[in-house]
Design a protein around this ligand. Structure first.
Ligand code: HEM
Length: 256
């Protein structure tokens, strides 16, 4: 799913941004040499459809887990991605640690507060970017229900929120998953589902402390073959590179 989100997000950003900055020479160069505006519009809609499908499948899987499999703790609890009061406390304690006001960082469990933030960014992104995008895609339907100025508003909302989303992903998210000490050169757990025992004990002490010896042993697995690891790194760094290029395009597009 993350791979699907990466591919669709990079396509959406790569095809949307030249349109946003279509007044610049750079965007016109991209349109003439890499992807024309008409092709970009088609690709943008295809990638948007992929995001909607992934989002729907994810929601269905969550509901299935909770209500068919009767799994507890999906929507609330230490193993859930739903934020709790403790996440706000962790956030402030972490900042205090960064500025030297606390000696030790907070202890994290299954999910950290920044992982929950990243996860929910997709949810509000779907509401804000998704709904405004659909309004731009199907203006005839939306203006049957609402006034015409809504299209102008949807355009501004879509454009600015897209800028915020790309700016956030290509700086904060990339820092957290690639450049942060502890993650460098790449936090591969999203693709492999595995981390070293040392990293698990150090980064998720609360989750580790909760496990019985049997539960811990049941989680142990062999490392991935080297070729697969290399493949993940090549893919990860290719996406990182594309993101950084788009970030430079955003900065140039804003300055020019
Ligand atoms: C997920 C659902 C989305 C839908 C349905 C959607 C749809 C659209 C549509 C219909 C347009 C008008 C341009 C055209 O006709 O080709 C547009 C423009 C644009 N989209 Fe999206 N989009 C979506 C997501 C995104 C995302 C995730 C990003 C960026 C990360 C993005 C960035 C942009 C940008 C920058 C523009 C140009 C806005 C401007 O002209 O200022 N879109 N989108």
């Amino acid at each position: 799913m993350h791979l699907g989100i990466i591919l669709s997000f990079l396509t959406l950003a790569g095809t949307g941004l030249p349109l946003k900055y279509s007044h610049t020479e750079l965007a016109n160069w991209i349109a003439n040499n890499i992807v024309g505006f008409r092709a970009a519009a088609v690709l943008h809609r295809l990638a948007a459809t992929l995001v909607f499908i992934i989002f729907a499948v994810h929601l269905i899987m969550l509901l299935y887990k909770r209500f068919v499999k009767k799994k507890k703790g999906v929507f609330w609890g230490p193993d859930s991605l739903v934020p709790r009061w403790q996440d706000f406390i962790d956030f402030f304690n972490h900042i205090a640690y960064f500025i030297g006001a606390k000696k030790k960082p907070p202890k994290f469990g299954r999910w950290t507060y920044w992982e929950k933030f990243d996860y929910f960014a997709v949810f509000w992104g779907m509401v804000i970017i998704g709904v405004s995008g659909l309004t731009l895609w199907f203006p005839e339907i939306f203006t049957k229900l609402m006034p015409g100025w809504l299209i102008n508003a949807a355009h501004i909302i879509h454009s600015e929120e897209a800028l915020l989303a790309t700016g956030f992903i290509f700086t904060v998210h990339f820092f957290n998953t690639h450049l942060r000490p502890g993650a460098f050169p790449m936090d591969e757990v999203i693709f492999t589902g595995r981390m070293t025992e040392e990293a698990f004990k150090e980064e998720r002490p609360l989750e580790y402390e909760k496990l019985t010896e049997e539960e811990y042993k049941a989680r142990l697995t062999s490392p991935l073959p080297l070729w697969m690891k290399r493949l993940f790194y090549i893919a990860g760094y290719t996406f990182l590179g594309i993101g950084f290029i788009l970030l430079v395009v955003i900065i140039l597009g804003t300055l020019i």
